[in-house]
Each structure stands twice: as structure tokens, then as C-alpha cells.
Write a protein that binds this ligand. Structure first.
Ligand SMILES: Nc1nc2c(ncn2[C@@H]2O[C@H](COP(=O)(O)OP(=O)(O)OP(=O)(O)O)[C@@H](O)[C@H]2O)c(=O)[nH]1
Length: 661
């Protein structure tokens, strides 16, 4: 699973639009936090009492605040190192690998960070207390928006590299992102306890790739705690403090929000100027709505209430009465106190990333529609990057079309839906958006095959069809080179460059359609490299393409939930696969069933299911009343699970099996 996830990383060019930070010293520190009501409780508890924490924080001037994050490739040890730092500062009690900041079930199970997490710490250095603010960011680039927001928010970062793996694709990608935002970087080499750790080579790579002096690198084992104490003094000495004036009118920036069933929407905020207390009246620049502050506090790692949050600090805010809808909390919004609107200049917000991978989800039993809707809405409260639209399929009934930032994002959401809500759902394979340029000048982006222009007349109106391309970066051992090139070429890839990272590690860059990438490209790559390849990608552009809509027909009736927009070159292969696979899952009927795959009126592939006669009741003796009744009831129950496509009755499970990967 871990290898699979490693392959499943993705890079998207999501640029934060927060163009504040004219100088590094003035850079806003905007870490992100995330909690769900049920998973909020971190396992470990702080050593310090809340009043002790508040008293100490109150004494710390802004010059002794430090906001930083950890930049690393997937699995290089960010969450483990965060645990050690929290222990070292007495924020949590020592002992075991807790992954305190990985709060979601899916994060703990998969061992990946999905949401950026934040925690304040108090660290005594040379007799003075410092208020540190750490963000553990996700390594997977599907969650790139989280990462960039964390980077924008910090004054510096630990550049963490696993000494047994060296610099990897994500280290490079995340380094450039952090570097471009002017973060002060502190090189840290982790996992030096591993017998196959190659410290010298990793340091050399850090120098070659990032021009970071090996002399400055800190060699640690986050797992055993070896030398971790050397990190925080460097953070204090090298990372600049945030700036801000507590006596100015309040300028509060909304970094993140999540939903608590007890207190409504919780806001994670960074105070740029001024200070905030319970009872203050705030106004949002984005919505104009007014709120009264109910409580303010810090994440330590649980919420610890404070009487005041001051300029330079990052903390949480609840309103009273509470904010009920997460949509009201617009990430990147600025708030000030009522009456000061004219004196405060709002900060530029964040650019929201656009979804690029879409699936449709239907409840197995239509009676569960409302439950599925509730489940999805519950998850959306804490992940607003997912888009949702109602969808109706003739075969599968009412459902939803969901949009995600990437395939991992999609698969994580699906897992969370199943884990947290036990929903039994049918999910269609992922698709990507397509652009249609009409002759009359209209340009439309479609995310649902049902919107694809059909019929010769409509097609005559179309001037151009376009699909999204991505630039992929593949890193793998040299011995798999031939096989990897073969896979890329057969997925309509165009080679852009090939270089050797080390004597045996190849870095290959290919441009390819995103549609190919979401079509189990990772799976194919993984199986042909014994799981050794890593893959990263970023959006390239939209290109003109010969795309068509392939439809599955059952006795001439289209099965809408199965139709797909794809490149002409794939039509025969996919069409043949479809009819063969669908045939396997459809029971015989009283009449002949013809299954076809077609593009418009052109049939690409065909299979036939011979008729079958079975009259169960006829075989029973007339006096066998109770068995007869039982059979009729069973049939009635069974009918609930049936779907009709034209006159053909199909078991729900047939769709499930057909649409399963
Ligand atoms: N031997 C050894 N293992 C480590 C060390 N640090 C972390 N690990 C292990 O490496 C694996 C990944 O660690 P995480 O802390 O989850 O990595 P991460 O970078 O947070 O992962 P993502 O959040 O998914 O990007 C876990 O199994 C850790 O126990 C170390 O110093 N030595």
C-alpha cells in the first residue's frame, strides 16, 4: 500500500495568490490546521496546565515567535519528526510513535498526511521562552494547495531528506516551492539509524540540487530521537520572527476552517495586526457578515483557550452564536473589528485549486440516497476542495458527481466515505474534464460524458475538442528503463527529457494526457518496476485532441452511467473490454440480450447473451403453499436490487462489479 501511495503522488501547479510578504521578515506566518470533531483528540496530552501555558505565552514578545514547516518527500519522516519536536518541548509526553498530527483515520491507516496540521510549542532557549508554530504538511502533491499555504505562512522550513533514499522527486518539487516563497531552509538528514542509510551521498545530493552546505545539515533519527535536540536552536537562530503590531486595529487572516458539531465552524487564523478577545465584534471583508467572538485559543496540540491572541500569533477562533456554514468561512478572507473597516486594508486571498478528476457516486440501494448525501456533506464540511453536483443515471438512479484535485485525493475521499460513514456506494472510474470550442465562439468545459455533444448535427457545431496534458516526472532504477518507456509511449506520452540522477537512477520526463494518467497508469508503472518507481506530475496545458464518446448499449438502450469520453485510438480496445466484461456480469434473460459499445451510430464491439428459460414456481407442487409464498417474497426482495435498462433487468451488483477497477 505504501509503495502504491508513493507512486500515487501528484504535482499540480496550484499557486497561492497571497502576494503579501514584501520582505522575508514581514512574511505572514499562516500554518493550516485540521480537525474533525471525532478525530480532534490528539492521543498525547500536554505536560503543562492550560493556565501555565497561557501565562508563559503572555510573556513572550513577537521577536521570540518562530513559524516553520517541514519540506519533504512522501514518507521521509515529517510526522515522526513533528512528534519528537512536540515531545522535546514538553508539548506532549514522550513515548512511542504517535503521529500526533495525523488525526484522520485514513492518515493513521495509510501512514500519510492528507491535511496540514498545526501545533504551537513553547521552547526555552538560552533562558528565554520562544513561541514556536509548527506545521506538518502533506507530502503528496494532490494536497499541494495545503502545502503552498503552509509555505506561504511560514518564515522558514526544515528540508528533510531520508538518508536511505536520498533526494526524491517531491523533495525537489517542494524545495522549489519553498525556495520561491523565500523560506529560510534548514537541511535535515533523517533516518540515519538505518543500516542502508547513505549519509555522504545524500549530503552530496543536497549540495548538488539545492546548493545547501553539507556542513549546515543536521543528521537525525526522528524514530530514535537521535540528535533531534540540535534542530530547534537552528530554527531560532536562522528563521526570522513574524512582524505585526498588537496596538494597531485588528487585521485577522483566515487560514483554514473546520466543523465541530459542538461549536459550529472553527476558524484557524493568523493575526497580522492588533489583538482579539472573546466578546469582540468582527466583520468579514469577503461577506460583510458580522460575528461576536466566543472563544480564542491555540492548538497545543489540542485546543487550549487563551484570553487574547496577538499580532504574529496563529490560533483558533469560535463565534458565539456560532458560524453554522463552512461556506461562510472563506479561506484567505480578512476580518477586522466592527467600525475599523475603513482603516484596514484586507489581504489578498488564496487561489482555490480546480478539481481535475471526477467520479460519479451512487448508493447501492436508492433508499440510501439521503444517507449518502448526508455522508458526503459531512465530509465536505472539512474538505471544500471537493466539488459536488447531483446526477441522475437511468441505470443507477440518483447520485452525485464529485470533483477532486487528483486521484489520491479522490481515493482518500472514497475511503473516508466508507470508513467514517459505512456508505455502500457504486463509484464510476475517474474521468478528466474536456474543453469544447463551438463554432459560434462558446467555450465549455465538461466534466460529465452526458454533456458531450452527440449526433452529427451537434458535432457540426464543434470547432475544436481539447483535453488536459500533464508533465510527468518518473524516477526509477535504470534496469526498468525499456519497460517504462514502453508504458509511456503506449499511453500517448511524448518524451521530453531523460537524465541520470545517480549512476543507476533515471529521471524521465514525459508529457501525456491526464486522461491516461488517471487510467491506472500508476498501477501499470508499479507492476513493471516492482514498485520502485516514483511519479510526480504538474499541469501542462490543454491540447486539441480527437476525443469521442463511447457508449455501452444493452439491447440498443444506452447505459448512461458507463459512457466515457476518450481518445479515438483507445476506442476499439476499451469497447471490446467493456462488452466482454459486462457480459460476464449480466444474467441470462428470457430473451436474447445484445451488448454493444458504440461511438455515435458506429458499433465498435458486440456480445450476445443467449435467452434462458426458468420458471421456478412451475416446478413446485401446487400444495406447497408456504414454499411458494417464500419464493415470491424472495423474488420481490430481489427486485429491489434490480435495475432496468430498456427491457433488460440487471442486478445492481452487475454494475458494481463492472465499474469496479
Ligand atoms: N528507521 C527510521 N524510520 C523512520 C524515521 N523517521 C520516520 N521513520 C519511519 O518512516 C515512515 C514514514 O514516516 P512519517 O513520519 O509518516 O513520514 P511523513 O513524511 O510524515 O509521511 P507523509 O505525511 O505521508 O508524507 C514511518 O514508518 C516512520 O516510522 C527514522 O529516523 N528512522
Amino acid at each position: 500500500m505504501r509503495q502504491w501511495l508513493q507512486l500515487f503522488s501528484r504535482r499540480r501547479a496550484v499557486q497561492p495568490a497571497l502576494a503579501v510578504a514584501p520582505r522575508l521578515a514581514e512574511r505572514p506566518s499562516l500554518p493550516r490546521a485540521f480537525c474533525t470533531s471525532n478525530h480532534l483528540r490528539a492521543q498525547a496530552q500536554s505536560h503543562h496546565t492550560p493556565s501555565e501555558v497561557e501565562k508563559r505565552i503572555f510573556q513572550i514578545p513577537i521577536e521570540r515567535y518562530r513559524n516553520f514547516c517541514i519540506v519533504a518527500h512522501v514518507d521521509h519522516g515529517k510526522s515522526t519528526l513533528s512528534d519528537r519536536l512536540l515531545e522535546l518541548t514538553g508539548t506532549i509526553q514522550a513515548g512511542g510513535n504517535k503521529q500526533v498530527l495525523d488525526k484522520l483515520d485514513v492518515e493513521r491507516e495509510r501512514g500519510i498526511t492528507v491535511k496540514a496540521q498545526t501545533c504551537s510549542m513553547i521552547y526555552n532557549y538560552k533562558g528565554d521562552d520562544y513561541l514556536l508554530h509548527l506545521v506538518d504538511t502533506p507530502g503528496h502533491v494532490d494536497f499541494r494547495a495545503e502545502v503552498s499555504r503552509s509555505y506561504v505562512s511560514s518564515g522558514g522550513a526544515l528540508l528533510l531528506v531520508d538518508a536511505s533514499q536520498g533526494v526524491q522527486a517531491q523533495t525537489v518539487a517542494n524545495f522549489y516551492l519553498a525556495f520561491s516563497q523565500g523560506l529560510e531552509l534548514i537541511p535535515v538528514l533523517n533516518k540515519v539509524d538505518l543500516p542502508h542509510a547513505d549519509t555522504a551521498r545524500s549530503l552530496e545530493q543536497m549540495k548538488e540540487n539545492f546548493e545547501l552546505d553539507p556542513e549546515n545539515a543536521i543528521l537525525v533519527s526522528a524514530k530514535t530521537g537521535l540528535n533531534v535536540e540540535a534542530i530547534l536552536p537552528k530554527v531560532i537562530e536562522n528563521i526570522p520572527a513574524p512582524t505585526g503590531d498588537p496596538s494597531k486595529p485588528l487585521k485577522l487572516f483566515l487560514i483554514d476552517s473546520w466543523y465541530s458539531s459542538f461549536k459550529g465552524v472553527v476558524l484557524l487564523v493568523r493575526i497580522f495586526e492588533g489583538q482579539i478577545r472573546a466578546g469582540d465584534h468582527l466583520v468579514s471583508f469577503a461577506t460583510g457578515r458580522k460575528y461576536t467572538v466566543g472563544e480564542v485559543g491555540i492548538q497545543y496540540p489540542d485546543q487550549v483557550p487563551q484570553s487574547v491572541l496577538r499580532a504574529g500569533q496563529v490560533g483558533y477562533v469560535y463565534f458565539n452564536p456560532s458560524m453554522r456554514k463552512t461556506q461562510e468561512a472563506k479561506l484567505g478572507d480578512t476580518y477586522t473589528k466592527v467600525g475599523f473597516e475603513r482603516q484596514v486594508q484586507p489581504l489578498p486571498g488564496f487561489e482555490e485549486p480546480k478539481p481535475m478528476v471526477f467520479v460519479a457516486a451512487f448508493p447501492v440501494d436508492q433508499g440510501d440516497f439521503e444517507h449518502l448525501e448526508d455522508s458526503i456533506n459531512q465530509l465536505l464540511l472539512n474538505d471544500r476542495s471537493v466539488t459536488i453536483q447531483k446526477e441522475a443515471s437511468q441505470a443507477l438512479g440518483a447520485g452525485f458527481r464529485l470533483g477532486f484535485l487528483g486521484t489520491l485525493h479522490c481515493s482518500v475521499f472514497e475511503d473516508r466515505l466508507r470508513q467514517e460513514h459505512g456508505a455502500s456506494i457504486i463509484i464510476t472510474p475517474p474521468t478528466v474534464p474536456f474543453q469544447i470550442k463551438y463554432r459560434d465562439g462558446r467555450e465549455v468545459t465538461i466534466t460529465n460524458p452526458a454533456e458531450f455533444p452527440e449526433g452529427d448535427h451537434t458535432k457540426r457545431d464543434v470547432a475544436e475538442l481539447r483535453e488536459p496534458y500533464v508533465l510527468t516526472t518518473l524516477t526509477f532504477p535504470e534496469e526498468y528503463l525499456g519497460r517504462v518507456i514502453e508504458i509511456c509511449e503506449s499511453n500517448r506520452g511524448e518524451q521530453k527529457s531523460m537524465e541520470y540522477f545517480t549512476a543507476t537512477q533515471v529521471i524521465l520526463k514525459y508529457e501525456m494526457p491526464l486522461a491516461q494518467l488517471v487510467d491506472d497508469f500508476f498501477g501499470k508503472l508499479k507492476s513493471s518496476t516492482k514498485g520502485y518507481a516514483t511519479l510526480d506530475y504538474e499541469e501542462a496545458d490543454w491540447r486539441e485532441s480527437n476525443i469521442v464518446k463511447l457508449t455501452l448499449l444493452v439491447n440498443k438502450e444506452p447505459v448512461d452511467a458507463v459512457s466515457r469520453v476518450l481518445h479515438e485510438s483507445q476506442v476499439r480496445h476499451v469497447g471490446k473490454q467493456w462488452v466482454e466484461k459486462f457480459k460476464e456480469h449480466v444474467d441470462r434473460q428470457m430473451f436474447e440480450v445484445v451488448i454493444q459499445a458504440a461511438v455515435g451510430r458506429q458499433v465498435i464491439a458486440r456480445e450476445t447473451i443467449k435467452p434462458f428459460r426458468k420458471d421456478v414456481l412451475a416446478k413446485l407442487h401446487a400444495s406447497d403453499v408456504s414454499r411458494r409464498r417464500k419464493l415470491l417474497e424472495k423474488q420481490k426482495e430481489g427486485r429491489k436490487k434490480l435495475k432496468a435498462v430498456g427491457n433488460v433487468v440487471i442486478e445492481h451488483s452487475a454494475f458494481q462489479a463492472f465499474l469496479a477497477k
